[in-house]
Ligand binder design. Structure first.
Ligand SMILES: Cc1cc2nc3c(=O)[nH]c(=O)nc-3n(C[C@H](O)[C@H](O)[C@H](O)COP(=O)(O)OP(=O)(O)OC[C@H]3O[C@@H](n4cnc5c(N)ncnc54)[C@H](O)[C@@H]3O)c2cc1C
Length: 388
């Protein structure tokens, strides 16, 4: 267990294990709050940038990045989408979400943004280099957390050793569905439009990357995705045309399709022995609705608020982990439950469920307040529904 250092509140010290998107942003948030931070990852900075993936960012992520002064640096790399088309392929119903469904933001804000992993990590690791309160140990074998740190942040991904060392357990429910990501050139969609298609084999997201480039996140039984992964480009594009609606036509593959298993995972408790579990160490959910990274960053947001209170003497550092765990549990549980319910409700053609789906989508299409509520829960987190 980390010991409280006998130093003044101005020299609070943290060790962050893991420099993925969550760990790196946590280090920047702690430094912004006035802490001295050690950021550790066995991967080098170049390897940390390499992942070929695009994230859907929501308004909760925008607020945190703005507060940390990182948003403007990311702006040139962001592909905003102003329309999200929700299509249920079994009931043939379609519901559009637009800026008009975000009236509390003035009605002219994008529904969300797509950001490539390389661009994100380039900006975050660049900011780490310029932050004198962060000492980074990248590309080095992990070493145990030193005595005398006030906090250990476990951000070393879903197979976290830091979580294990702190005695935090993990509950996991693998999905039968996996997920395949690939970038393509696509005809038939506006460059600022995203799609969430509910297909009987699983949800399918089409996310704009700028121009006619799109990232596809295709959920289906993992065994089928492993077969798709092996196809040559022509056969893969052929299979893709069978999965996409007629108006969308994929023309060229821009990278290699990659399939991953997906699971519902929750660490419990979220903090123990001076260690907080954050990002994918704490939770994992199905990629439906692009909630994953945004939920991770709401952990960082709360860590930032609590770290600031410690730095100004309003919270004892030893009380931070408990306060973090109590304040994060509801948001995490609601997002895990909501994504799981969406997957179970829409990944089938089960006849008794079709009228329920039809009714839900007809109501969503007809009543603006329902679209606003669901978009607010998705973009700011479900706990914001009862906070003004
Ligand atoms: C196919 C797919 C598509 C996705 N699409 C989206 C999307 O559209 N939108 C979205 O928001 N999210 C999406 N996600 C989820 C998103 O990728 C994750 O939420 C995100 O990567 C989590 O970041 P993280 O920093 O918590 O963990 P990771 O990115 O896993 O980082 C963990 C880091 O810890 C390091 N590490 C490992 N062991 C140690 C150790 N012992 N000591 C120190 N460091 C260690 C690793 O090297 C790694 O750098 C998707 C996920 C998948 C699988």
């Amino acid at each position: 267990m980390p010991q409280r250092s006998a130093t003044s509140p101005q020299t609070l010290r943290a060790r962050v294990n893991g420099a993925g998107p969550t760990g790196t942003l946590s280090a920047l948030a702690l430094a912004d709050a006035g802490w001295q931070v050690e950021l550790c990852d066995p991967l080098t900075a170049a390897a940390l940038r390499e992942r070929n993936r695009a994230y859907a960012l929501t308004h909760s992520s925008q607020s945190l990045l703005q507060r940390l002064g990182l948003w403007d640096a990311l702006l040139p790399a962001l592909a905003p989408f102003r329309r999200l088309e929700l299509c249920d392929r079994a009931t043939h119903l379609q519901v559009p979400f637009t800026a008009a469904d975000l009236p509390w933001l003035g009605g002219d804000q994008p529904v969300g943004w797509i950001l490539q992993h390389q661009d994100l990590m380039g900006v975050l690791l660049g900011a780490v280099q310029h932050q004198t309160s962060i000492h980074s140990r990248l590309g080095l074998t992990p070493v145990p957390s030193p005595l005398g740190v006030d906090l250990v942040v476990a951000a070393d991904g879903h197979r976290s050793l830091t979580r294990q060392a702190a005695g935090i357990s993990q509950w996991a429910l693998p999905y039968r569905q996996g997920c395949l990501t690939v970038q393509v050139r696509l005809r038939g969609s506006a460059p600022d439009q995203a799609w969430e298609l509910f297909r009987p084999e699983g949800p399918f997201a089409v996310l704009p990357l700028g121009g006619d480039a799109f990232q596809l996140v295709w959920s289906a039984p993992l065994s089928r995705l492993r077969q798709l992964e092996q196809l040559d480009a022509v056969a893969f594009l052929d299979a893709l045309s069978g999965a996409l609606p007629e108006e969308l036509q994929a023309e060229v593959l821009l990278d290699q399709p990659r399939a991953f298993p997906v699971a519902l995972e929750l660490a419990w408790p979220l903090a123990r022995r001076g260690t907080v579990a954050i990002g994918e160490v704490a939770h994992r959910c199905h990629p439906v609705g692009g909630q994953g990274l945004n939920l991770c960053w709401r952990d960082v947001d709360q860590l930032h608020r609590l770290a600031r209170r410690c730095a100004t003497g309003r919270l004892r550092p030893s009380a931070l982990p408990g306060a973090y765990g109590r304040s994060r549990v509801l948001d995490i549980a609601l997002v895990l439950l909501a994504t799981d319910a969406l997957v179970r409700l829409f990944s089938n053609r089960f006849a008794p469920l079709l009228p329920v789906r039809r009714l839900a989508l007809l109501a969503l299409g007809r009543f603006g307040w329902m679209r606003q509520l669901s978009l607010r829960a998705m973009s700011e987190g479900p706990c914001r529904l009862w906070r003004t």
